[in-house]
Design a protein around this ligand. Structure first.
Ligand code: CP
Length: 310
């Protein structure tokens, strides 16, 4: 595998290989082969978790990080993404981790003369494979399987690259995925995957309740003007009353950043059912596994003869 750009590129077997490698890094069973490699994290859109987590993962793998500040780069003089990546490749950078506000930004980099490895750290409303893989690792670590798990994804589905990535991957792995939140956000893509349910019903029935932030930065002006935090929280937010409806072993997940008092109450964030900070902890090990699988020689390639798109 050369790049990790979308969950749609990964087979279930490859997902399990990445989870197992991440677990091995977490338990200290494996060492990295990545020293003497160079990585650059190019974040053209804001990030706290993904950016920091990739930095920690690269440091743990012994990779040298080369600074890149999107606000002061020559992209602001009109340099294309391809020319930027080709430039850093020519200087010896082995891996580019890229977050970009444009959906499928990576398409302009494919099929060109690039040897550098690429990881998509989130493209617009498209895909967020490293978040999805750390979510899958956290679920697998807790339950030990995916088949038949009931997952409820509640919130701003339409603008969420996490929802797009997780809903498809969990379905492929045999989980039953259901949805909640504003009907306007329940688009055809999600209708094809699973039903839309009331939040109380999801809380009572699901093994995993996954919350999503309302992405105000991607809403139209009139949608933001008409949005009421109080009425959203009442209708779709998870408070302790709803936590008490859940089964004893239900997991609450959220990719974060969280909006306390909008989709989740303050006292739910660190309650006993919440895995939100466990997701962040696991994110470092999953990103180590992703990088190692590209750069370190711990390659898994289930079908070396298969032509791959990425
Ligand atoms: N979950 C996530 O992608 O968070 P950041 O936007 O802070 O990276």
């Amino acid at each position: 595998m050369k790049n990790i750009l979308s969950m749609s590129q990964l087979s279930n077997e490859e997902i399990f290989d990445l989870i197992n490698l991440a677990m091995d890094f977490k338990s200290g069973k494996v060492q990295s082969n990545c020293d003497n490699k160079f990585a650059m994290n190019l974040f053209f859109e804001d990030s706290t978790r993904t950016n920091t987590s990739f930095q920690v993962a690269e440091a743990k793998l012994g990779i040298k990080q080369i600074d890149f500040d999107a606000r002061h780069s020559s992209v602001n003089k009109g340099e294309s993404l391809y020319d930027t990546i080709k430039t850093v490749e020519s200087m010896g950078v082995n891996l580019a981790v890229i977050r970009h506000k444009k959906d499928k930004f990576y398409e302009e980099l494919l099929g060109k003369n690039l040897k550098i490895h690429l990881i998509n750290a989130g493209d617009g409303t498209g895909q967020h494979p490293s978040q999805s893989l750390l979510d899958l690792m956290t679920i697998y670590e807790r339950f030990g399987y995916f088949e038949g798990l009931k997952v409820g994804i509640i919130g701003d589905l339409k603008h969420s690259r996490v929802a797009h990535s997780d809903a498809q991957a969990l379905t492929n792995l045999g989980a039953e995925v259901n949805f909640g939140g504003l009907n306007d956000w329940y688009s055809d893509e999600f209708k094809a995957i699973g039903p839309h349910m009331e939040v109380d019903e999801l809380c009572q029935e699901m093994d995993i309740v996954m919350l999503l932030r309302v992405q105000h930065e991607r809403l139209a002006d009139d949608e933001n003007q008409n949005f009421s935090k109080e009425s959203y929280f009442k209708q779709f937010g998870i408070d302790m009353r709803r936590v008490e409806m859940m089964k004893a072993d239900t997991m609450i997940m959220h990719p974060a950043p969280i909006n306390r008092g909008v989709e989740i109450a303050d006292d739910v964030v660190e309650c006993g059912k919440s895995y939100i900070f466990k997701q962040m902890e696991n994110g470092v090990y999953m990103r180590m596994a992703m990088i190692e699988s590209l750069l370190g020689g711990k390659q898994f390639d289930n079908d070396p003869d298969q032509e791959r798109e990425f």
